[in-house]
Design a protein around this ligand. Structure first.
Ligand SMILES: CC(=O)N[C@H]1[C@@H](OP(=O)(O)OP(=O)(O)OC[C@H]2O[C@@H](n3ccc(=O)[nH]c3=O)[C@H](O)[C@@H]2O)O[C@H](CO)[C@@H](O)[C@@H]1O
Ligand SMILES: C=C(OP(=O)(O)O)C(=O)O
Length: 420
């Protein structure tokens, strides 16, 4: 059982190195399995538990995968896939496992999904994925807990997503990339990670247009080849470091090419945090205490990312006044409130909205991470609380943030990762 131990009170200062994006590298590992020849090289790979699970999953279906941790590089040879089964014991440990289905369908004619994991955030349906595969001509048997998808060749079609699902869009693009004919995906996700995956697939030989417009057209091709690709920076990791500067009254330079925090930056600016873009470096500092309260409504890109909603709830605890947070993507993403309240916060939840009554002083105690982002939000709370905060289960934090304790310690934080 991994746990993080944080002693609050130190302002974070210095240069924070932002990792590669979890939500881009996972679909890229799935995409690498589409190439029947050669070796794919992925660079700027975040060394997180989800990547380790994805490596295990790719190996379990027969790919040869090397994770070179100090070089943050993955080398994937998928020329010989041997099993269509995504085994429950690996696949249930992360959400990205769902992104292996298109490659198995194309390469082996079937995919057996024994389970899909990921953060526990309420209902997390996969109906858009399976309906899409069916529209492309696959047979999907959902009658048992194990889902069986089969196809002897997919054919392009017009697909529609009720809401712009992130992994749903990636999966349907990958399924369409090697289908015969043209596929149109309406109401597709606009997230930058989806566009990065489209860039990689395009290098591999896929014919995809309309990325970022909500209407994606894919002209099927007969094969895709292995390429080298550098994973984009993780805007969620960057958001967390910006918030760490905000609540500790610190000053950080965020390094990671092309960082754009979008609405997260604007919201933090409204609270009194100062940003300056200096070429490739994004500087963030906060000398205004207390912060101003804020209204946040989560939405698909370019709205406020749901994955930063929990960290933002922690920041709101340090604002003077009532902040309002409305969660619109997931129906169960407020487990953090109870944990912050244990530390002395006053967060009140009603249905899919929360009000944060700040500023109450937070005191360190033992708290529970219910999911990845509530975990990192508790680390943030610990950085600014009085005394020691102990956060379990640290594994959930390690699912999405690489070398967190080392990176924060380098900035002056008093934080250790313990494996009892
Ligand atoms: C590995 C990965 O990239 N994970 C991200 C991805 O998750 P993920 O791709 O699972 O999230 P989706 O965008 O698919 O889900 C958003 C909402 O749509 C609903 N839905 C989705 C698909 C479907 O077939 N049917 C359906 O009803 C879900 O229940 C949820 O309420 O996007 C989320 C929303 O930005 C992020 O929080 C996750 O970090
Ligand atoms: C919800 C998240 O991840 P996943 O979809 O991988 O569970 C997240 O990164 O906050």
């Amino acid at each position: 059982m991994v746990r993080y131990r944080v002693r609050g009170g130190n302002a974070l200062r210095g240069t924070a190195f932002i990792q590669g994006a979890k939500n881009a590298v996972l679909p890229m590992i799935g995409a690498a399995l589409l190439a029947a020849k050669g070796r794919t090289v992925l660079r700027n790979v975040p060394i997180i538990e989800d990547v380790r699970r994805a490596v295990e999953l790719a190996q379990s279906v027969g790919a040869h995968v090397e994770l070179h941790e100090s070089e943050r590089t993955l080398v994937i040879d998928a020329s010989r896939l041997t099993s269509p089964i995504l085994p429950a014991e690996i696949a249930r440990r992360f959400r990205g496992s769902v992104l292996f289905t298109p490659a198995l369908l194309h390469r082996l004619g079937e995919a057996v999904v024994e389970g899909v994991g990921g953060c526990n955030l309420g209902s997390r349906n996969l109906d858009f994925h399976y309906l899409g595969y069916k529209r492309l001509g696959a047979i999907v048997d959902e009658s048992e807990t194990v889902i069986h998808v089969k196809s002897s060749g997919l054919t392009g079609a017009t697909l529609y997503l009720d809401t712009p699902s992130h992994t749903g869009t990636e999966n349907l693009i990958m399924a369409a990339a090697l289908a015969s004919g043209t596929t149109v995906i309406e109401n597709a996700a606009l997230e930058p990670e989806v566009l990065d995956v489209i860039d990689m697939l395009t290098k591999m030989g896929a014919k995809i247009s309309g990325g970022g417009t909500g209407f994606i057209t894919v002209e099927g091709v007969t094969e895709l080849h292995a390429v080298e690709h550098t994973v984009m920076p993780d805007r969620l990791d960057a958001g967390v470091f910006a918030m760490a500067a905000a609540i500790t009254g610190g000053e950080l330079n965020l390094v990671g090419t092309g960082l754009d925090l979008g609405v997260v930056r604007y919201k933090l600016e409204q609270m009194g945090v100062e940003f300056a873009t200096q070429g490739a470096v994004l500087s963030v500092r906060c000398h205004n205490s207390p912060l101003k309260p804020i209204n946040v409504i989560t939405d698909t890109y370019p709205g406020f990312a749901t994955d930063l909603q929990s960290p933002m709830m922690t920041v709101a605890c340090f604002a003077d006044g009532i902040s309002y947070i409305h969660e619109r993507i997931f129906d169960g993403r407020f487990a953090l409130a109870g944990e912050l309240n244990k530390m002395g916060a006053d967060v009140r939840v009603k249905d899919n909205a929360a009000t944060v009554h700040g500023h109450t002083p937070l005191k360190g105690t033992e708290v529970t991470a219910h999911d990845l982002r509530s975990g990192i939000a508790l680390v943030l709370a610990g950085l600014a609380a009085e005394g020691e905060t102990v956060i379990e289960s640290g594994y959930l934090i390690d699912r999405g943030h690489a070398h967190l304790a080392e990176r924060m310690r380098a900035l002056g934080a008093d934080i250790i990762r313990e494996v009892p």
